[in-house]
Write a protein that binds this ligand. Structure first.
Ligand code: 5GP
Length: 196
């Protein structure tokens, strides 16, 4: 059986990664989204084990010591990390796996797994990002300011990514990503590409 491919999907907070990915998961069979662990508190409606594994700082640091993460990073005062084992299991089962993570973690995966497909989702502009973060209404003004400051730094990393998708419209971004995944599947395994 062919192993699945690992996709790293990154971009500043507010670029629309979540929206684009959920459409992609609905439209492309055979894709799994990795569930990260975080020390951030859940937002209203977020469920443990679905959106994230919400764990304490102490539990997170224990997992770092056990080498349980494929990558992890500190982002705006919290830890975020990708549990490695489920990713391995899904890939071994032939499913493509998507990590939706920030830039520092993405660069760690790039070094560890040179075969990972690196995708950067960029907002059309910083002004648009600002408007989206305010529109979402989930963060305080101070947290939004920190996220925008981080976004400015993250945008400088774009050049390290093989694929840069500008999220001008969700339809457009989803169409480009679908094309990328289907292209990779055809290259990997011409017969299975159509049947998955
Ligand atoms: P949020 O707090 O908005 O859910 O996520 C903040 C940032 O952390 C986003 O850019 C998100 O992509 C990133 N993130 C989520 N999970 C992980 C992870 O497992 N590792 C890393 N490095 N970043 C993550």
């Amino acid at each position: 059986m062919h192993k699945g491919r690992l996709y790293v999907f990154t971009g500043p907070s507010g670029a629309g990664k979540g929206t684009v990915l959920h459409r992609l998961l609905d439209e492309v069979p055979g894709l799994s989204l990795s569930v990260s662990a975080t020390t951030r508190v859940p937002r209203p409606g977020e469920q443990d084990g679905v959106h994230y594994y919400f764990i304490s700082k102490q539990a997170f640091e224990q997992k770092i010591a056990e080498n349980a993460f494929l990558e992890y990073a500190e982002y705006v005062d919290n830890y975020y990390g990708t549990p490695e084992r489920p990713v391995e299991e899904q890939l071994a089962a032939g499913r493509d796996v998507i990590l939706e993570i920030e830039v520092q973690g993405a660069m760690q995966v790039h070094r560890k797994r040179p075969d990972a497909v690196m995708v950067f989702l960029a907002p059309p502009s910083l002004e648009e990002l600002d408007a989206r973060l305010h529109g979402r209404g989930t963060e305080s003004e101070e947290k939004i300011r920190q996220r925008l400051e981080t976004a400015r730094r993250e945008l400088e990393y774009q050049r390290n990514f093989a694929h840069i998708v500008v999220n001008d419209t969700v339809d457009h971004a989803v169409a480009l990503l679908k094309a990328l995944i289907l292209h990779n599947r055809t290259e990997n395994n011409p017969e299975a590409a159509c049947s998955r």
